[in-house]
Design a protein around this ligand. Structure first.
Ligand code: ZN
Ligand code: ZN
Length: 405
């Protein structure tokens, strides 16, 4: 990156275990993994949950393209691991760049009292030990160095000042602050509030940060009752820390595997009432820090196939300054996930249907949405000899950007 910007990308935002349920897709199901690229290009990987696999594929593709233009070295990164719970390490065996000799990585975490010296190295080797994985660690040909740090330590990594602080979590957890020339990011996941020493650590680590990524796994009600002692926090605690430490933006992170996207929506809107500059971490979301401030970009929906069309619509909502608005607009493309269709025929399960929907209702500028779908279920319809058919739309080749006026 040539300009003075720092870019943060979320590759995994889920806590505890990956999720595949459809109602968790909008925020994403991969476990904790973040990528930070500092001005000058130094790369940091924060935690190695299942999101790490996709990051590895992306880095290899980028490196391959760069290599076509000029001779390039391998992939390099500082890998900061907060602690050794599964959801923070389980992506390690699936990160392809570890298996290539031209790449080099410097790992950083703490010495666990359960593992002793070289804790992170032991964790990595154990993950590839028999009978847990088909090949052993000798095939991980990338250069690897391991550094053990502790709470309160501060060091320089290619011009970025990294600070570690102890958080309150079973078997220990480190929070990290990355101070770059374009802004500061604090990654404080897996923390339960209520112990003064750790509460103070967190506030000190977060002081004046541009971005605070914080554990918001539970609702305040859950934390007060059946989830006390599990080592996690809430959006409400995040808001308190954000206010007390005067952070610029709060990002709710480590979503519970049993939280649907609607539940996360609820936490986000409750937090925004108290601290408007709040976001909910979403797989593929990026945050850019520069002299212009903090810019957040969300990924395109992965939920459905996009189709071009032209539909008149009335749109009502809330603008950036908090005021309500309503206006007439044109929908230029639409994403469709599935449909329930009443048919006289009875299509075979898992067979493909061609669905053409007239979207104009007889208006002058009507348009068609043509889709391919696969049949998920077929049940008796309300009328005799009719079938209720559930379908999900499937990919078609990209049809390009939506038409201009
Ligand atoms: Zn976790
Ligand atoms: Zn944990």
């Amino acid at each position: 990156m040539t300009q003075n910007t720092t870019k943060l990308v979320f590759w995994g935002v889920r806590g505890s275990t990956p999720t595949l349920e459809r109602d968790t897709w909008r925020y994403g199901g991969n476990t904790a993994c973040l990528e930070v690229t500092a001005p000058g290009g130094a790369r940091f990987i924060l935690d190695c949950g299942t999101g790490l696999r996709m990051l590895g594929n992306r880095l290899r593709a980028m490196n391959h393209r760069a290599g076509e233009m000029h001779s390039n070295g391998g992939i390099e990164a500082h890998i900061l691991v907060t602690h050794y719970h599964w959801d923070h390490i389980q992506g390690i065996p699936f990160f392809q760049p570890f298996f290539e000799p031209q790449n080099s990585f410097s790992f950083c975490s703490f010495q666990s009292k359960y593992l002793g010296r070289n804790s992170l190295r032991q964790v990595l080797e154990a993950q590839l030990a028999k009978p847990y994985f088909p090949v052993d660690v000798s095939v991980m040909e990338a250069a690897r160095t391991f550094r053990e740090v502790t709470g309160g330590e501060q060091w320089d990594a290619q011009g970025t000042v990294v600070t570690a602080a102890w958080l309150n979590h079973p078997q220990g957890c480190l929070g990290y602050r990355l101070e770059t020339s374009a802004g500061s990011i604090v990654y404080a996941t897996d923390n339960e509030p209520g112990v003064a020493e750790f509460d103070n650590n967190l506030r000190e680590l977060s002081r004046g940060a541009d971005v605070l990524i914080y554990d918001a796994q539970y609702s305040p009600e859950q934390l007060a009752t059946n989830r006390k002692g599990w080592g996690h926090s809430t959006w409400l605690e995040g808001v308190k820390v954000a206010r007390e430490s005067k952070v610029g933006n709060l990002i709710l992170f480590h979503h519970d595997p049993d939280s649907s996207s609607r539940v996360v929506d609820g936490f986000l809107s409750a937090a925004r009432q108290e601290f408007p500059a709040t976001w909910a971490a979403m797989e593929g979301m990026s945050v850019t820090l520069s002299s212009r401030g903090v810019d957040v970009a969300l990924p395109e929906s992965r939920l459905g196939q996009r189709r071009r069309l032209r539909l008149a619509a009335t749109i009502a909502g809330q603008s950036e300054d908090g005021g309500a608005f309503q206006e007439q607009a044109t929908v230029r493309d639409i994403s469709l996930q599935g449909a329930y269709i009443v048919l006289n025929n009875r299509p075979r399960l898992q067979s493909e249907l061609r669905v053409v929907i007239e979207s104009g209702n007889g208006q002058k500028r009507s348009s068609q949405i043509a889709l391919r779908a696969t049949v998920l279920y077929c049940e008796p319809g309300r009328e005799k000899n009719q079938n209720g058919v559930g379908v999900v739309f499937i990919e078609e080749p990209d049809t390009g950007p939506p038409p201009r006026d």
